[in-house]
Design a protein around this ligand. Structure first.
Ligand SMILES: [Mg+2]
Length: 293
């Protein structure tokens, strides 16, 4: 009997996943798959649980959680070069990646999709020594999820990100960077930059129709120095796919290097968690992991 390693996050957002655990196990067993369960939390040893996955008789690794838990699992898979397919059950506060790959909202329906065994290579971003599946960013609005109060996050879900974001607004000052994206170089005073692997962030599921997690490229969006009102308009334009503006730089690249040359900016954020310090070198690792899509 083949096995599934199931990692679930017991305190992911407003998730009720643990209440469905029995049904989830039943579903896999009905399909001749034995389930090995790992309850991820603050003091877990997930690395030990996952590191030999390629040597075991596994159908796949399945994560039930949000982008944060998924990032943890992908990081371990990259570290140990694990090619066992990964599946996602959306069960977190923010499930941007799961949305991007069109996983159904229902836990059982997403398992059905995983059971179809449609496995494809998916790109992974790397910013210095940190991996990301959605986005690496810094500047205005972008550090909200790392700073959202955990209790607030539990109660309010995604809304807490925007509350934290609004508080940050009044303190923010633009900063200067030198950005190299493949052959091109920009020196600009900016409000924020976003580097996407695919095209989903903050619950908004697309910004350009041709972004993909399978193109071996990252999508870089820079919002230049302009007033806050303009930033809000530019972001909403960008998220609906309209990137034609003198205050937006948009391009695709395989490798992006960002140096901060003047001003203050917090550490960049990777998938909603604290990322590496500047300067950062961001690369796209084409087909870094295999996933059930
Ligand atoms: Mg891409």
């Amino acid at each position: 009997m083949k096995k599934v390693k199931l990692v679930y996050n017991s305190n992911a957002g407003q998730s009720k996943f643990s209440q469905f655990l029995d049904l989830v196990i039943e579903k896999f067993m009905q399909n001749d798959l034995e389930v090995i369960i790992y309850r991820a939390g603050d003091k877990d040893n997930l690395e030990e649980f996952l590191k030999d996955s390629d040597r075991e008789e596994l159908y796949g690794i399945v994560v039930a959680g949000g982008d944060g838990t998924l990032n943890k699992v992908v990081t371990i898979m990259m570290k140990y070069n694990i090619k066992t397919p990964l599946g996602v059950i959306p069960a977190g506060t923010s499930n941007d990646f799961a949305k991007h790959i069109n996983m159904p909202n229902s836990y059982l329906d997403s398992i059905d999709k995983i059971l179809k065994n449609n496995v494809c290579g998916v790109d992974v971003g790397r910013a210095n020594d940190k991996y990301f599946i959605n986005v690496c960013s810094a500047g205005l609005f972008t550090n909200s999820s790392q700073r959202a109060d955990p209790n607030l996050k539990q109660t309010l879900g995604k809304v807490s990100y925007f509350i934290t974001g609004a508080k940050e607004l009044f303190k923010f000052r633009p900063f200067s960077v030198r950005i190299r994206a493949d052959e091109e170089e920009y020196t600009e005073k900016i409000n924020l930059f976003l580097v996407f692997n695919g095209s989903s962030v903050g619950g908004m599921t697309y910004f350009t129709s041709d972004s993909s997690i399978q193109d071996g490229l990252l999508d870089l969006i820079i919002i230049k120095n302009c007033n806050l009102h303009e930033v809000a308009i530019l972001l909403s334009k960008a998220f609906t796919g309209n990137l034609e503006d003198k205050n937006i730089i948009y391009r695709k690249a395989k490798k992006i290097v960002i140096e901060k040359i003047k001003g203050n900016c917090d550490r960049p954020d990777v998938d909603g968690d604290e990322g590496p310090e500047f300067p950062i070198e961001i690369t796209c690792i084409e087909s870094g992991i295999n996933m059930f899509l």
